[in-house]
Design a protein around this ligand. Structure first.
Ligand SMILES: CC(C)(COP(=O)(O)OP(=O)(O)OC[C@H]1O[C@@H](n2cnc3c(N)ncnc32)[C@H](O)[C@@H]1OP(=O)(O)O)[C@@H](O)C(=O)NCCC(=O)NCCS
Length: 176
């Protein structure tokens, strides 16, 4: 059973460990220099919770709870770095990754995404969810398409060439 809970300071070692995994590095930048990012998890977890939340996905099997991945949900209009540039109000943006390669393709990502979409749309004001996978990350793009996300446009964020997709409220194609 997968749950999402807010990340806390004691999760920083595992978040940093996951940052070193090749599939995590590969999904975060075209240049492969994700490991040298100019922010720390300490700063990331202190972001304004109204606009920026990091969740740890945990899997509970026979009373044992194991952290398996990360979901970040931000309000791209209000978020302080304005990473998304000019966007409408009342959107949410999601980033998601499984921490260790051995946990890929087990169905965990699907469950995490389903929970994340639920969190976003629980707020009745939220119109749609946007995502920005690297255009080269076809595996993640296919993963998002199955939820009903639709391609919007290509956009360069920093040095990364991304394929922006959007899921409007009510367009979800995986059962909630
Ligand atoms: C994208 C990502 C989060 C998807 O998570 P995941 O757990 O690997 O995905 P899932 O296992 O839920 O689904 C992927 C495939 O696994 C298979 N699968 C699903 N449930 C399964 C199960 N219970 N047992 C075995 N395989 C299963 C399916 O074949 C599914 O493919 P399909 O959708 O074509 O049917 C994960 O691949 C990841 O972390 N990738 C690297 C980081 C990344 O690219 N993040 C996106 C940044 S934009």
């Amino acid at each position: 059973m997968i749950f999402l809970r807010l990340a806390k300071k004691s999760d920083i070692p595992i978040l940093e460990y996951w940052d070193k995994q090749q599939h995590v590095i590969d999904c975060h930048s075209d240049s492969g220099d994700y490991e040298s990012h100019d922010w720390t998890w300490e700063q990331e977890l202190k972001q304004n919770p109204d606009y920026f939340n990091t969740y740890i996905a945990e899997n509970t099997i026979q009373e044992k709870t194991i952290p398996i991945g990360v979901v970040q949900i931000i309000d791209p209009f209000h978020e302080e770095s304005h990473y998304w540039g000019e966007v409408e109000e009342n959107l949410r943006a999601i980033d998601i990754w499984i921490g260790e390669a051995k946990n890929l393709n087990m169905g965990y990502g699907t469950e995490m995404m389903r929970l994340a979409i639920n969190i976003c749309f629980k707020n009745p004001k939220v119109k749609a969810i946007i995502i920005d996978p690297l255009a080269s990350n076809t595996r993640a793009i296919n993963f998002y398409l199955k939820f009903g996300f639709k391609f919007v446009r290509f956009k360069t964020f920093g040095e990364d060439y991304c394929a922006v997709h959007r899921l409007d409220r009510g367009s979800m194609s995986v059962e909630q």
